[in-house]
Design a protein around this ligand. Sequence first.
Ligand code: AMP
Length: 395
Amino acid sequence: MNKMVLVLNCGSSSIKFAIIEAATGDAALSGLAESLGNDDAKLTIKVNGEKKACPIDANATHQQALNAIELALEAYQELQNSLVAVGHRVVHGGETFTQSVLINDDVKSAIRETAHMAPLHNPANLSGIESAEAAFPNLPHVAVFDTAFFQTMPKHAYLYALPYELYQKHGIRRYGFHGSSHYFVSHKAAEMLSKPYEQCNLITAHLGNGCSIASIHQGRAVDTSLGFTPLEGLVMGTRCGDIDPSLPTFLIEQLGYSEKAVTAMLNKESGLLGISQLSNDCRTLEEQAEQGHELANLALTIFSYRLAKYIGSYLVSAGPLDALVFTGGIGENSDRLRADTLKYLSHLGFAVDADKNTAMRFGQSGPIHQEGSHNTLVIATNEEWVIAQDAMQYV
Ligand code: AMP
């Protein structure tokens, strides 16, 4: 049996997991425990393309969900026996972690100390680590940080123009997230371009429910749109991205919103959902926009305009561009949003080939540009494989 890695991604109310073949990145099994803490908590496992519901308690906590996952995995003894490591996605590694590490007590303390910067994610990641350590005590457990890929950013890119002591005393700076995805697609792009990674200048756009864009100069990340928290930058499914920083105080002081309500608004009620008043799901918005839903259309237009602005500005730090890359659920599938974005950039040397753009969906990877324009690639991301490969370093 080939060597397998269990990859765990514990979110604030969900746990994504997969058993990944270390050599190929193929998922032998994947699953999702969702709506944790709610009475409609559910657990599904997918093997050989077939989805199956598994037992889980209503209102299950992360700990209970991990127990349910462990129980469900017992039905796949052969896969379990071929596990050689567990890779944990950890959202925030602060400035402490510039690469993946074997988990020990010091690492857990450091993840705990960073929790104030990712209060929805790091505690969930930590509880996932502790439960998985109990379930698989004989395997190496490796933490792979979303922020690590961006630790190469220069100070002039990661600092806010705020009093410097906020950075010195409290670590307030831009960190970047989705590192594993940007890492994967940027290396894949270098491969597709047949160019050494260290010589590549790339702009990678990870567009899913969360969205971020990265600028990579000579194989090093030099800028990215997510900042101190995963709220800055692009328009996302429910997150607002960039806004005037004085808006939250205006909402609180002038309009009487509570701080909690503002935080919820910016994180959960804004973005595509907030503008469209309909959905955070790009597919739904595209369907409705086709049928004349004005706000759905407006939400998609704001999304692509903001993205195009970022791409234009990242031409500064990326340098002479080797390729622009689209990935993530939207980046890999929405030919409309890709075409709209590139249209805004036509005077900067980008031009989409309509047929290639339509063909490049549903897991296909390849170019979508017209000859003579900037290389523009769609690449299906595989964050789980990055995590599995990092975990394999400690086997
Ligand atoms: P992710 O977070 O990477 O899973 O991406 C989720 C987003 O991808 C959602 O907004 C989906 O609507 C979007 N998405 C998935 N498939 C398609 C598709 N065929 N066309 C447009 N958007 C899609």
